[in-house]
Design a protein around this ligand. Sequence first.
Ligand code: GRG
Length: 308
Amino acid sequence: MVLTDELKASQGESRFDLLAYLSERQALVEAALDRSLQVIYPETIYEAMRYSLMAGGKRLRPILCLATCELAGGTVEMAMPTACALEMIHTMSLIHDDLPAMDNDDYRRGKLTNHKVFGEDIAILAGDGLLAYAFEHVAVETQNVPADRLLRIVAILGRAVGAAGLVGGQVVDLESEGKSDISLETLTFIHNHKTAALLEASVISGAILAGAAESDVRRLSHYSKNIGLAFQIVDDILDITSTQEELGKTAGKDLRAQKATYPSIWGLEESRRQAHALIQDAKAELADFGDSARPLMAIADFITARTH
Ligand code: GRG
């Protein structure tokens, strides 16, 4: 995947070769995802699941999970099934988000959306299939992790996906549709649930798999909540300032739909300032981890520097 100028910019600040790190991690995750799901009978559903799962994307959630597992003294192997499950859950949420009954989008990750290729019925089922398989994959494939930790991971993933997470955020988002005057509190509820919840699950699950102390899990949780919200503010900014080619999905949608966004409430400059402040707070949470937190520091910088 091409990750260029914004990475070089964030590299400058953190003196860490994030480009090399992300490329290496993306390759590991791509290979593990590829191995995780074979096409068998009935082929249509496996092809639809693989179409979206293997359609690229930054693989940020799996990379965060692997990074915190290593930070807490664990290995890539311990965390890989959970890392893949996080990407399966993320991918299924994108498939359902793009459906005509939701955002009705034609493009995602630079390709036609799942329902445009396979039809709405199969796209719904592909999302369901990926969601269920994520949990099976964690339970069946995780090695060398005590069962009590694994049980915690199942609970964390379930909470991040359900009404307390992605689903709850999506419901408030749907209820806010067509209302350009929604409050900052409602907007923040939506994004804390739609975006930050799964990012938090990604960050803390890696640490929990490795058996991190609770105080470290709490610090990582604060880090992830801040980067999650900053990520969404930047997403809102990019919807205004980027092209469809850069984003790999329809650009300018929020403005056309007169949707409340951080830039519509704060303006572009204040939105950039708020995202930057959240990233500084996130990085402050990592101070005690020393050099082993360099990947997480650099990823935090990358979130505000990215252009897609
Ligand atoms: C979870 C059962 C279930 C249903 C889905 C549709 C829905 C409920 C929730 C919406 C979740 C959603 C689409 C949140 C937006 C998250 C977001 C910021 C996506 C973009 O993430 P990137 O930039 O994308 O990491 P890539 O393509 O790089 O992975």
